[in-house]
Design a protein around this ligand. Structure first.
Ligand code: 13P
Ligand code: SF4
Length: 311
């Protein structure tokens, strides 16, 4: 079967299932091209909340599909590969967070969770944030309570720099973004001395300091469109380059290299394929399911985020 046939089959199944295909900016080019919406975690959360479809085929990683399920308990949410995880999610098991919060009860932490975490972790938090709204969310946190920010220490450190708000940080990170180093980015900058650098806030501080702009994947699209130069070094997962090249055809978009590779790839994001997308629409499996009590507790901080994000 050609990839054209496969795409047609996916479109037919989408129609017969009354499904919507949501894809993250790091998905493969062929998945992005067949999706109804491609975006960052924040845009995907809004789209999941607003869709009228009966089935959501979520092409991203598990916590993203789970987020769609949290706000859509009555809908079927399928993920092409159920093992598409995330190192940030893994770095913060709910039992460990629960134990930490209860051992530090006297602090009365206001807990902010980056959306890259499990539903069970979301259920323990006061509010969720994404890289696209983290500064806004932290700025709205109660001034009289200390903040515990989980699970990304790099995003957390960047938000502290942006807001001046002190926070205690969970020691988690993204295994893809910590591969970028000061040396690897300086090397590519010396090859393109006139280039601007845009980096994701999950990068370590030494890399962020070399960037002209630090922002979420969606904001990278506007940044590249409006940049007054042709050459732009993009320091994030390589799937982003497909989206950017489509949206900014006049720009030369250069993937940020690591010390080992010419670009960085999240193997979890790339576990989804067109075949698996077709299969999950055909079989309505694998489905994302959640225990209702956890889902309910995770929904409140998520809805708080969607509300505060509009402020
Ligand atoms: P964005 O919300 O910026 O798309 O980031 C999600 C992510 O997983 C980055 O590694
Ligand atoms: Fe998680 Fe990093 Fe992959 Fe994003 S790029 S899904 S943070 S492991």
């Amino acid at each position: 079967m050609t990839s054209l046939d496969l795409k047609q089959e996916i479109l037919d199944l989408k129609k017969s299932r009354n499904a919507v295909i949501l894809a993250h900016n790091y998905q493969s080019a062929e998945i992005q091209d067949v999706a109804d919406y491609v975006g960052d975690s924040l845009g995907l959360a809004y789209h999941a909340k607003e869709t009228n479809a009966d089935v959501i085929a979520f092409c991203g990683v598990h916590f993203m599909a789970e987020t769609a399920k949290i706000v859509n308990p009555e809908k079927i949410v399928v993920l092409p590969d159920k093992d598409a995880g995330c190192s940030l999610e893994q770095s913060c098991p709910a039992e460990q967070l629960e134990a930490f919060i209860s051992a530090n009860k006297e602090k009365n932490y206001y807990v902010i969770a980056y959306i890259n975490c499990s539903g069970a972790v979301k259920a323990l938090c006061d509010v969720i944030c994404t890289s696209g709204n983290a500064v806004k969310i932290v700025n709205q946190a109660p001034k009289d309570r200390p903040i515990l920010f989980v699970p990304d220490e790099n995003l957390g450190a960047w938000v502290i720099e942006q807001t001046g708000r002190k926070m205690d940080l969970w020691k988690g990170n993204c295994y893809v973004h910590v591969e970028f180093t000061r040396e690897s980015i300086q090397r590519i900058k010396s090859e393109y001395p006139d280039a601007l650098v845009v980096a994701h806030p999950e990068c370590p501080q030494a890399v962020r300091l070399l960037a002209d702009e630090v922002c979420s994947t969606e904001k990278m699209v506007d940044y590249c469109k409006n940049a007054p130069v042709k050459n732009i070094i993009v320091v994030t997962e390589s799937g982003m380059l497909h989206r950017l090249r489509k949206e900014c055809p006049d720009k030369n978009l250069i993937p940020g290299p690591t010390d080992r590779c010419a670009c960085a790839e999240c193997h979890y994001m790339k576990m989804n394929t067109l075949q698996k997308l077709r299969d999950c629409l055909a079989n309505l499996s694998p489905r994302v399911e959640m225990e209702e009590s956890i889902r309910k507790r995770a929904e409140a901080p998520l809805l708080r985020m969607l509300e505060q994000s509009k402020a």
